[in-house]
Design a protein around this ligand. Structure first.
Ligand code: SF4
Ligand code: SF4
Length: 55
């Protein structure tokens, strides 16, 4: 399982430094590398718009 960042993302960047395995990168919206994500939920905890969701 991995978190996926939805189109709700407003590109605030808050999640990226919170990821313990550096799975989040900036793009058109921020993106989670599913192979690297350890499903910790830290990104979802800091996101102001609840864009990261477990899939
Ligand atoms: Fe990184 Fe955890 Fe979010 Fe996965 S759930 S992208 S490991 S902060
Ligand atoms: Fe997008 Fe939420 Fe990450 Fe901000 S914290 S970049 S809104 S996913």
């Amino acid at each position: 399982m991995a978190y996926v960042i939805s189109n709700e993302c407003i590109n605030c960047g808050a999640c990226e430094p919170e990821c313990p395995v550096s799975a989040i990168t900036e793009g058109d919206i921020y993106v989670v590398d599913a192979d690297t994500c350890i499903d910790c939920g830290a990104c979802a905890d800091v996101c102001p718009v609840d864009a990261p969701q477990p899939q």
